[in-house]
Design a protein around this ligand. Structure first.
Ligand code: TYM
Length: 334
């Protein structure tokens, strides 16, 4: 296969935040516009690996799809699908689970973080999460997977599982996907603690900017973001020991599509009292149209459902033959 096949997904666990946007979604749009064959999924089967609300799961799924479109994913160019609508994800997951070593899953840092102190009480689904993610990717024979830095280890596992299958069945069937970790904001940090990743699950909503936040909320969160008393330095090197300052400069640079060094040249010697309002302006300028478009899209649920149905058909066209061929290779009666 010579064309790039791009696949990536997000969980409908909560509203998307600035980290999801800068670390992933913005890059999905770039890759789509460069002409790749793109599949973007909402991974609801992953979302149920932790406590969730069954009354709002479907709505949360639509919201993520709306965020993709509002952020620039074009359903005419990319297939937008919901994971649970394509049976191949669960089927392939089981097949791959039989050739994934427990020891490798035990090393996954995300499992350790999410399971916390009581590993023995964590569900099997949470433990097997990376196998389902490998299935998501291998099912489409994706060549490139644009993600934030935190998914690197999961991608390694997907490559490993592909290689294991190919070796065991002695053929070059699954493609080893390349992680695409693009741009400078591959790991956006919390606004309250520059050493922690911005995340949907962090307790304080003030730690993240959600794509659903309005301009006043964005301004409030940036105004209250943790900083240090020093003015901004001239060089990037001087930010190394200042995680909060580095994070805000990184966010500014990513939103403005500028190099961090250039942002520092503009703001060197200035206090945060001057930098923060500039950051508010650029964040609002960038995010307000996305939020507005998302809200408009969410008024027409039937249209979102139509887009997701059509995306699921395109996804199944690729996924079904891969499942059939996998089962043939593995020797099943059919
Ligand atoms: P999820 O839903 O946690 O996050 C979605 C995407 O956002 C990126 N991301 C970030 N990037 C920069 N800074 C941050 N603070 C930040 N937080 C999140 C993530 O790296 C991701 O790209 N396991 C995946 C979902 C998944 C998937 C897949 C991804 C399931 N199957 C197949 C790719 C391919 C996850 O939990 O993403």
């Amino acid at each position: 296969m010579t064309t790039k096949r791009i696949l990536s997904c997000m969980q409908p666990t909560s509203h998307l935040h600035l980290g999801n946007y800068l670390g992933a979604l913005k890059n999905w749009v770039k890759l789509q516009d460069e002409g790749g064959e793109c599949f973007y999924g909402v991974v609801d089967l992953h979302a149920i690996t932790q406590p969730y609300d069954n009354d709002t799961l479907a709505e949360a799924t639509r919201e993520i799809a709306a965020a993709y479109i509002a952020g620039g994913v074009d359903p005419e160019k990319s297939a937008l699908f919901v994971q649970s609508a394509i049976p191949g994800h669960s089927q392939l997951m089981w097949l791959l689970a039989t050739m994934t070593q427990m020891g490798k899953l035990e090393r996954m840092t995300q499992f350790k973080d999410k399971a916390g102190k009581h590993k023995e009480r964590a569900g099997l689904g949470l433990f097997a999460y990376p196998v389902l993610m490998a299935a998501d990717i291998l099912l489409y024979k994706a060549t490139h997977v644009p993600v934030g830095d935190d998914q690197k280890q999961h991608l390694e596992l997907a490559r490993d599982v592909a290689a294991t299958f190919n070796t065991r069945y002695n053929r070059n069937f699954f493609i080893q996907p390349e992680p695409v970790i693009m741009g400078d904001a591959t790991r956006v940090m919390s606004l309250r603690d520059g050493t922690q990743k911005m995340s949907k699950s962090a307790e304080s909503d003030m730690s993240r900017i959600n794509l659903t936040d309005d301009a006043d909320m964005i301004a409030k969160k940036i105004r209250k973001a943790k900083t240090d008393p020093e003015p901004l330095p001239e060089t990037f090197k001087e930010l190394e020991e200042r995680p909060e300052a580095l994070n805000l400069v990184t966010i500014y640079a990513a939103l403005a599509d500028k190099k961090k060094e250039r942002v520092l040249r503009e703001f060197a010697g200035k206090q945060f009292s001057e930098f923060k309002p500039a950051l508010v302006d650029i964040a609002v300028e960038h995010l307000a149209p996305i939020t507005q478009r998302m809200n408009e899209l969410l008024k027409d649920k039937a249209e979102i459902d139509r887009i997701l149905q059509s995306g699921a058909e395109q996804a199944r066209e690729v996924a079904d033959p891969v499942i059939e061929e996998t089962m043939d290779i593995m020797g099943f009666w059919r």
